[in-house]
Design a protein around this ligand. Structure first.
Ligand code: MG
Length: 387
């Protein structure tokens, strides 16, 4: 646990977590961008790094602020303050080992993820380089965000007009791929909504389907996916519960459609299981939740060895979206990343939290030149939404 301590350079002064809530919260909505926790790491060189994680804000804040209990249940703040923020991997490991009693998976990793994101932002600002360059450089001329459509939230009917409007809008903005979350495990309805979406999108769009755990078991999912195959979905996301790895591996063997999962997992260790036992075609780490850009890179490296694509999950503000963008630019086996289109997003925080963030142009985003994550918080909105 000892490390290099003779370093006189930049030091972390403080770490703060701010809980933000949209003015209106619908707790039954499938919308995790209604609230957020912004983690800021302050240094003695006037550089501040910004991170975020998709997890219950007040729990993340308490976890960061809690005092030490003992040597493997240490205060996060104590571990981080005094470190050189450029020592990203050293800090990651130290956090992991010294919080592993309550940490190691779940919330403990979510916290490390937000910190890691902020550290990469600091490193970029310090070196005057965008994060994608520090991750090893651009693997592509532009990154492709896929338009993730908000759920239409009507369990009884396919809302044809709304569905067509959303898909048409995303298409008109130049998005090459569109995902929608309208499967409800109701045969005729599901076929009808996917048919409408495909008809509206046209054949050149990659149409992604989020099943959002609607099927109870392998057999049900298998029958349903076979019926949807004719609409040529690019992938079916979370067809089964996260821990049903054997069910997913059977689906991967029988289905002609790519199987995608991973949005709720934390650490590369869980992705090793998802890939090797679950046999998924596409791994979907959420950059903050999985342990930050550092851990997402390890997942991409492992996935590459196994011939698996990585398409990050992200249903959050521009902070996490920017982290996904930098990851996508620097990662060869990442064809798309999830993107909440502002004009379609119901979330106040998605719309308002940032003053500056990378924006798509004709459905694609070129590698941004701004240092760090290339984002700027709107502190008026922070004040308005903090609780
Ligand atoms: Mg999903």
């Amino acid at each position: 646990m000892s490390g290099f301590t003779g370093d006189e350079s930049m030091k972390i002064k403080d770490i703060t977590a701010t809980c933000l809530y949209s003015p209106e919260i619908n707790e039954n909505a499938s919308d995790s961008a209604q609230d957020t926790v912004v983690v800021e790491i302050h240094t003695d060189e006037d550089i501040t790094g910004i991170g975020e994680v998709d997890a219950p804000p007040s729990v993340i804040k308490s976890y960061i602020d809690m005092p030490s209990s003992h040597d493997i249940s240490m205060s996060v703040k104590k571990i981080v303050v005094g470190e050189n923020p450029l020592d990203i991997e050293r800090i990651w490991r130290k956090l992991y080992y010294r919080t592993m009693m309550a940490g190691r998976r779940g919330i403990g990793i979510n916290v490390i993820g937000a910190i890691d994101m902020a550290l990469w932002d600091i490193a970029g600002k310090y070196y005057g380089e965008p994060v994608w360059r520090l991750l090893g450089g651009a693997q592509k001329d532009f990154a492709l965000p896929y338009a993730s459509l908000p759920t239409l939230q009507d369990p009884t009917d396919v809302q044809e007009d709304l569905l067509r409007r959303q898909v048409s809008f995303a298409r008109s903005k130049g998005f090459r791929a569109i995902k929608f979350e309208e499967l409800v495990n109701s045969r005729e309805r599901d076929i009808e909504s996917v048919r409408l979406a495909r008809e509206t999108a046209g054949d050149s769009i990659d149409l992604m389907l989020d099943a959002y755990y609607c099927w109870p078991d392998f057999r049900t999912a298998d029958i349903a996916i076979r019926e949807l195959e004719k609409f040529k979905p690019y992938f079916v996301e979370t067809p089964l519960q996260v821990d049903d790895l054997d069910g997913m591996s059977k689906l991967a063997a029988t289905s002609k459609v790519r199987i995608a999962s991973g949005e709720l997992l934390t650490t590369v260790s869980e992705f090793v299981d998802l890939i090797d036992r679950g046999k998924v075609d596409i791994a979907q780490p959420d950059i903050g939740r999985v342990g930050g850009l550092s851990e997402a890179r390890r997942i991409a490296d492992y996935a590459r060895i196994r011939g698996v694509q990585v398409i990050p999950h992200c249903w959050k503000t521009g902070i996490s979206i920017s982290a996904s963008l930098h990851f996508c630019i620097a990662t060869d086996n990442c064809p798309y990343f999830e993107f909440l289109v502002k004009e379609l997003a119901p979330s106040y925080l998605r719309l308002k939290l940032l003053k500056k963030e990378p924006e798509p142009n004709d459905g694609r985003i070129r590698p941004p030149n701004s240092p760090g994550l290339g984002i700027e918080l709107n502190y008026d909105v922070v004040e308005e939404c903090r609780k």
